[in-house]
Each structure stands twice: as structure tokens, then as C-alpha cells.
Design a binder for this molecule. Sequence first.
Ligand SMILES: [Zn+2]
Length: 289
Amino acid sequence: MRPDVQTVNYVLPVQATVWFRLEYGLVEEDGITYIAATGRPFDIQKNLYQPLALPPITEQPKRPEGWQRWPHLHLARLDAKSPEGVLGFVNRWGLLGLWNVEGYREWRPAGEEYKPYRVKGIKLQHDTWFSKHFISPAHEGCRYKMYREPLEAFIEAVKEFQHFVALANGEKPEGYRYAPKKPEDRKSEAQDILNRYLAGCRPVSWYVAAPEQWSTYWQAPSLLHCCYLLTWLDLTGLRQYRRCLHRPCGGFFIATRPNAAYCSTRCYENAKRLRSYHRNQGHNIKIKG
Ligand SMILES: [Zn+2]
């Protein structure tokens, strides 16, 4: 067995193809809010999972929450301003792993000097140094429990990802003063962001003896990298990203039919109800069905 492979990793031979998820809550320390693991006995086998092993997307779900079964779509639709929304994400998929992401790993509050932290005895993929703000002071020696994420950095990374998905869809992203005018130019900008993340991922081969097969798997240093990687797989697989036409939802989804305009049955029905309400009010609003 290779020296950097952990014995607990029984699923695949390469440690970083798995991600971890624990129970998380918001914890405040010195005026900074962190997403950190909260107590509870720890069972490592229950907490590791394969973020890229996902169910196929075959039909629009009944409820909009159905899209939370895929981490990148969950992230693209996440309301980062809602603490419940953020906790819903991390309790389903784990932290984003920003200590392993260029541009976030040195995060600290404005005006503070960079104080690096090094995890001893753990070989991370790229750099082994990152901001001390990603380490929980009370982690009881558990390797997975020691990580935490400053809420501010988490929100920033979510916004960047949503900005990227909007650009990749040719949209003018909200809340940004500058965006190229032509949809093609917006997509080129998305391409540049995507390539920055893809540079951190790499394919690995996986040999299974019985029945004998060689397959391709992907190694990514963080869950955030996995979300970009999954979007890349969708884009190169010509899957169509759309925004739900039911305005109060407006979430991204993948169209499973050429004329799909709503992310879920629920949104379709709510839009229909709204339409007949407006019709009865004497308005005549045209909505694609
Ligand atoms: Zn919807």
C-alpha cells in the first residue's frame, strides 16, 4: 500500500477521492462566525463519502429541494445569506475545503497579518500551509473535526461559484458592476474561472480485479473543486443549465426535456396558480408552460 494512503480508505485506493461530512453548527469566536463541527461521537466510516458518485439526472424532481441531491446544483441554488441554507448544505455535503483552495487558504479578517497553520503528519495535495482560521481550537485530536470554515469565506466562495454558473449560462450576473455584454464573452470568462479550478484536479485510474476493469476516477483537493468539476462534466456532456421560470424560485436546474421551463413540478404548479390569479385580477401575463 502506498504510504499516503490511509487504511480507513477502503472505497478507492486514493485518499483524496473521498470527502468528509460531520454535523456542523455556527460558532462565534472573537467576533468571527465559523462553521464548525459540533460534538457527537465520531464514526469515520459513516462520515466519508464519494462526492462524484451521484445518481443520474433523469427527470425534474417534484420539489425544488430535489436538486440538493447533487452538490454543485445545491451550491448553485444556495441562498448564502440564510444561515439555515448554509447549514443545510454543510450538513449534507461537508465544508467546502477552502483551506485547500487558492485565493481562500490565506483567509483572515481585514487588517490581520497572515498566520499560517501547518497540519503535522498530514500530506495534503498541494501546499500544507493555510490560515489558522481554518483550524478549530477544540478538535480533540480528530483529523476531520479540526477543520472549520469562516462563514465570510464560505459565502464569498458560494458567490464566486454562482457568478461562474451565471456566466457559463451566458447571463449577466447579479450584483456585479462589470460583465461582458455578449453572452459568448461571458461564457469565455466562465471558462477562465473553470480552468483555474480544473488545474487542481486530476484523473486517477482505478483497477478492480474481479470482475476485471480499469476505470477513470477524479481526484480533487476540495469539495469546491468537485463542484466545478461536476459543472464541467455537465457542460462538456452538453447538459442544459436553465433558470426556473417561477420567479420566486429562479434556481438553476438541468433540463431533462427540451421545453423544460420549471425546475420542479411544485414550481410549475405554483406558477400556474399565480398566472390564473393574475388573470382573475384582470392582468394578462404570458408564461411559458
Ligand atoms: Zn423552481
